[in-house]
Each structure stands twice: as C-alpha cells, then as structure tokens.
Design a protein around this ligand. Structure first.
Ligand code: HPA
Length: 267
C-alpha cells in the first residue's frame, strides 16, 4: 500500500523532490496557499488515502517550493476518531519517507491546559504523551522501520532551537510545552483536564502522535506546533466547539506560516 501510494504521488509531482513535509491541522491552511510551482494531488488519486472527514480539512497533497525548499504539504489529515486505524493516520508519513523527505513539520489545533496560555496562541511541541493508547507500529515491521524505535527526542532539539530564534526575530509569542493526544472526538471533561494537568500535559488534541511515531521509526526528524485555539474544558466558563477551534486557528494561521517559512530558510 505504501509503495503504490508513493508511486502515484511521485508520478504526479515529477521533478519536485520534497525535502520537507508539512502536515496542516484544523483551520491552518495558509501555508498551502503560499507554495510556488504548486502541483496539487487530490487524495482520490492516491491508493489507500481516504477522503478526510473533519470539517476544515481539505484532501490533497501540495508539492512545490517554499523559501526555495522542496516541500510537500498534507492538507487534510486522517484522525483516529473518524474510525481510521493508526496505520491510515500515518500512511502519508510513510509515503513522505519513500519520497525522500527527511524533515517533518506537524501542526495541530489544541486546547490549552497551561494556565498562562491565552488563545489564540502558538505552542512549540517539546514532547508528547500518547493517550490514544494506539500506535501505527503494531504488526509486522515495515521495510525501513525498526521494531523498537527510540522516542527520547520525538521533536528534534536543533529544529526547536531554530523555531525559537525565528519566533524571537518575528516577535511571535512561542512557549514550549507537552502535547497530550487523546482519541476524541468528544472534547475532554474538566476532570480529565485536571488529570492531564497533573500528568504533565500543557496542551491537548486528537492528532499528530501517530504521524510522529512513524516519522521517528523512519529516522525522520520532527518539528511540531500546536495552535492553542481554546482554553481546555473546565479551565474557563466557556463551552467548546469545533467552529471556535477553526475560527481561532484562522486568526493564528498567518503567524504559523511565518514561523514555518522562517524555519525553512534556516534548514
Ligand atoms: N481538546 C482536544 N482537542 C482540541 C481542543 C481541545 O480542547 N481544541 C482543539 N483541539
């Protein structure tokens, strides 16, 4: 399945060799509009890629250049809460690896648990906790992957340093924190948020971890940004909605694009 998908994408993108793949989260589509010499590959043309079901997610890969760097942007991700196996959520990353990508930039929308987070704001992901209790690595070991990949540096130290430099220069607020991934699709209860707080999480969401696990198993280095779109459940009087998440994501998507472009220049 991975080989067939990679061949289909390679045939469409031709000589646009991607070095960096960028996964866009809910409402964070700005970067996809800024790609130069863009070729768009709809998911319908890629074997094994379902249509994305979450509102705010398109269904295409966009290949081209950004700041002179060959990039492949995933616009529309597959969530476990849609009923997809973790292997489906991580299939695009396996395809990116086959196409020669060595750096993965992941973005997501997340609820803010750290009390100083004022949404909309951006968080640099320092580390994650897998509360999905599922992983794309179960089953036979795929070619190019290890049985027991090291996860001691899921988000590359040197890339995080670059991101902090860019944020400082561009005057974009960027605090670093731990992302907890839950299955969803219901938002968390206040008691669950208090639990996550005690266990060391700064933000909570429903994606990203399956992709990063496969990336590390393939030796791809990762950089992650959470767009903190709302205060997590019970930490304010507000109720949560996906519409609010998308609206807040839109407000911060421009800053996120600036950060990503700044990082690409320094790769
Ligand atoms: N919880 C889980 N996922 C999210 C949230 C949240 O509060 N906000 C955006 N994605």
């Amino acid at each position: 399945m991975v080989a067939a998908a990679a061949e289909a994408v390679a045939a469409r993108i031709g000589s646009r060799q991607p070095r960096v793949a960028i996964v866009l989260g809910s409402g964070l589509g700005d970067v996809a509009e800024q790609i130069q010499s863009a070729v768009r590959v709809p998911y319908g043309e890629i074997p094994g890629f379902p249509q994305p079901g979450a509102p705010g997610h398109k269904g295409e890969l966009v290949a081209g250049t950004l700041e002179g760097v060959g990039v492949l942007v995933q616009s529309g991700r597959f969530h476990l809460y849609e009923g997809h196996a973790p292997q489906v959520a991580a299939l695009p990353v396996r395809v990116f690896a086959r196409l020669g990508v060595r750096t993965l930039i992941v973005t997501n929308a997340a609820g803010g648990i750290r009390l100083t987070f004022r949404p909309p704001t951006l968080m640099l992901i320092a580390d994650h906790i897998n509360f999905m209790f599922r992983t794309p690595l179960v089953g036979a070991v795929l070619e190019g992957e290890e049985r027991f990949p090291d996860m001691s540096e899921p988000y590359a130290r040197e890339l995080r340093a670059v991101a902090r430099d860019v944020a400082l220069r561009e005057r974009i607020g960027l605090e670093e924190g731990v992302y907890a991934a839950l299955l969803g699709p219901s938002f968390e209860t206040p008691a669950e948020i208090r639990m996550l707080q005690r266990l060391g999480a700064d933000a909570v969401g429903m994606s990203t971890v399956p992709e990063v696990i496969v990336a590390r198993a393939r030796g791809i280095r990762c950089l992650g940004f959470s767009s903190i779109t709302n205060v997590a459940a019970g930490l304010s009087a507000a109720t949560l909605s996906h519409e609010e998440v998308l609206a807040a994501g839109k407000q911060i998507a421009g800053q996120l694009a600036t950060l990503i472009r700044g990082v690409l220049v320094k790769l």
